[in-house]
Design a protein around this ligand. Structure first.
Ligand code: SF4
Length: 62
């Protein structure tokens, strides 16, 4: 699954990291996407992070 984040929209609140720390990592310098090509096993967490992001910065595609 392809994961992308609009870093101009992201405000670094860490909601995505709390749902899927395998892919999202919020550090002092902002959000890092650890895997832009994430495995299928993470589908539920990724879709959960996508809908839960308060700024709708996350896009997940098959
Ligand atoms: S949940 Fe959205 S706004 Fe919050 S850190 Fe993740 S991508 Fe950024």
């Amino acid at each position: 699954m392809k994961v992308s984040v609009d870093l101009d929209t992201c405000d670094g609140n860490g909601v995505c990291m709390s749902i899927c720390h395998e892919v999202f990592d919020v550090r002092e310098d902002g959000l890092h996407v650890l895997q832009s090509e994430a495995p299928e096993e993470l589908r539920q967490q990724l879709l959960g992070a996508e809908v839960s992001c308060p700024t709708q910065a996350i896009t997940v595609k098959d």
